[in-house]
Design a protein around this ligand. Structure first.
Ligand code: AMP
Ligand code: GLY
Length: 425
């Protein structure tokens, strides 16, 4: 079978790596891919937003299955397009992907079905939002309605910060039309966790839990990023908490969508705040998380193609997911300056040595070749991911591998998974 993976970050490297182990797969294409991905896949220089070019590629190469990494192609309707052409693709339709592509839609949807989430209001104008912020006080959370690559959410501690965020979104239009509307919501406290499930429209098959680290610096300081590291499992998601997530979040979401005539197929990701054992939804994503996918797929024993085919054929109930015991930890190495401006083209040393450590995979997020040498080409550069008997062992192995890697300006958090380790003590 020939498979196409759309995207070119750490998540897509993990997907390609996992697909390369499938008994069904003869050849993998990846658009656009990166230096690490090229070890397993033929990288095609096509942008994930160019849906027509991707469809042409699938037709021309007789590709049997397409797996989409990022949200943008889904929000643009890649699944609708491919399904119209009777091409097998893993992901939700444009209507279903609105759970991620419009925060206002998502919040209204949760309200309709009593899914626990922060209290909120949506505003189409700056003035009304400003008045509401003044009335509510701080801390408060200001969110651009549309897709903003994880950067359109500002947790404001002071009134000035909240107004600045509103200005950035609605007046400076930092996120373009994503800022036509803002959602202003109550600030929740607790511990965050990511809960992802495979979904075929009816059956929900939860993956093991995970936790991301959004802020750029140790101790959760500094601005939010795409994610600086992740681990699985997340001890905050106990079996009781998982049961509550299924009952209060996942099942009502799928039922709610179905009652509105939307069949959700693919991956449903709930970003949660767990407070006193109760889950509250911060956001839904219509795809695998990045970097959560790296530790999760490292732990997955089931063939990913079997899962993908079961989803598209709506036979997910026949799949029994198998996971490696223990834990996996992924630490992201980023370019100096990220999530602000940063340089590209820095040669990366030590990749081979790090990859030779047992149970360790160095996933590439933003890398390219320059004269045969691997160089940095993005903000998040690598995701060093390691398995261990427990989180502590996995963390030690990941940091040991990092000790072998270097590039100019390399930055990483030293405290990935510490929360989980403290919880286990
Ligand atoms: P989102 O993209 O909506 O998940 O928001 C990105 C990040 O902002 C989350 O992972 C949280 O760290 C934070 N966040 C979002 N909404 C809230 C909220 N209501 N209360 C506290 N933190 C939040
Ligand atoms: N790691 C968070 C996300 O993928 O949105």
């Amino acid at each position: 079978m020939k498979v196409l993976v759309v995207g070119g970050g750490g998540r897509e490297h993990a997907i390609v790596w996992k697909l390369s182990q499938s008994k069904h797969v003869d050849k993998i294409f990846c658009a656009p891919g990166n230096a690490g991905i090229s070890e397993f896949a033929e990288c095609i220089d096509t942008k994930p937003a160019d849906l027509d070019a991707l469809l042409d590629l699938v037709k021309h190469e007789w590709i049997d299955l397409t797996v989409v990494g990022p949200e943008d192609p889904m929000a643009r309707g890649i699944v609708d397009l491919f399904e119209r052409e009777e091409r097998r693709i893993l992901g939700p339709t444009k209507a279903a992907a609105r759970l991620e592509s419009s925060k206002a839609f998502c919040k209204d949807f949760m309200k309709r079905y009593n899914i626990p989430t922060a209290e909120y209001r949506t505003f189409p104008s700056y003035m009304q939002a400003e008045e509401y912020i003044r009335m509510k006080g701080t801390p408060i959370v200001v969110k651009a309605d549309g897709l903003a690559a994880g950067k359109g959410v500002i947790v404001a501690q002071s009134h000035e910060e909240a107004i600045e965020a509103l200005h950035l979104i609605m007046r400076e239009r930092a996120f373009g039309s994503a800022g036509d509307r803002v959602v202003v919501e109550e600030c929740l406290v607790g511990e965050e966790a990511s809960f992802m499930a495979f979904v075929d429209g009816r059956t929900i098959l939860p993956m093991v839990s995970s936790q991301d680290h959004k802020q750029v610096f140790d101790g959760d300081e500094g601005p939010n990023t795409g994610g600086m590291g992740a681990y699985s499992p997340a001890p905050v998601v106990t079996p009781e908490v998982e049961a509550r997530i299924m009952k209060k979040v996942m099942v009502p979401t799928l039922k709610g969508l179905r009652s509105e005539g939307i069949k959700y197929k693919g991956i449903l990701y709930a970003g949660l705040m767990i407070k006193d054992g109760e889950p509250y939804v911060l956001e839904f994503n219509c795809r695998l998380g990045d970097p959560e996918t790296q530790p999760i797929l490292q732990r997955l024993d089931t063939d990913l193609v079997d899962i993908a085919l079961a989803i598209t054929d709506e036979k997910l109930r026949e799949i029994d997911l198998k996971w490696k015991p223990g834990a996996s930890v992924c630490v992201v190495l980023s370019a100096g300056g990220y999530p602000g401006s940063y340089e590209k083209g820095m040669p990366i040393k030590g990749l081979k040595e790090a990859g030779e450590l047992s149970d360790t995979v160095v996933f590439h997020a933003g890398t390219a070749f320059n004269d045969g040498e691997v160089v940095t080409s993005g903000g998040r550069v690598l995701g060093v991911t390691a398995l261990g008997a427990d989180i502590e062992a996995a963390k030690a192995r990941a940091y040991e591998a990092i000790g072998k890697i270097s590039f100019d300006g390399m930055h990483y958090r030293k405290d990935i998974a510490d929360k989980a380790i403290r919880r286990a003590l």
